[in-house]
Design a protein around this ligand. Sequence first.
Ligand code: NI
Length: 228
Amino acid sequence: MQQRMKIIISPDPILRRTCEPVASEELPQMAKLAKKMARLMYKSDGCGLAAPQVGVTKQLIVLDTVLPEEGEERVQNPIIILNPRIVELGSTTESGGEGCLSIPGITIDIERPTSVTVEALDLEGNEIEISAEGFDARALQHEIDHLEGITMFEHLDPITCATKLQEFAEAKASGARPGDTSVGKAKDDGAAQREGDAGAQAKASSKTKPRGSAKARPKASSASLTGS
Ligand code: NI
């Protein structure tokens, strides 16, 4: 009865839909969904995954931007974020390469504020606040975009967008799969090659802290995000 979960690839229209907030009676169901999404995210070497990327238009994000040191196993400690709302964006912006599990095979430079504060709910329905900088802030913004039906392409000017769509078409034709960020190209940055969703290193678990915790730790701020 249950279908195997898989990552939806652009340009599926579901990726452009605005997601519904999670209601309190849906929390148990969201917990099950988040668990499966986390499994899929790690399997795809992603840093984040939003519910619409698996076909569910609910405001749910799974995030883990803590990447292992070279040669080490990745520690799995995902942060689950429900109904996120950006309450503050930093005044400085930075351009950085991002990958997306739904747009495999390419990376795209996107300009974003370097810090962000988000209010959200955890899986128990508790209110949490997450402050993130650098790579974490980028990842968080990338995932929240997904909940609003915004993919990386929507950040681009028409000419760059056309170029990237062409590059993406070629990557898909070459067999790019979720987690790939540079099909047919030399990998120039280890962290940048991990797809998943934006790379944010949210270190603390959101459920262990009430409002004000879950502070995302900026790590490798120069790393690009792979797959989100
Ligand atoms: Ni993404």
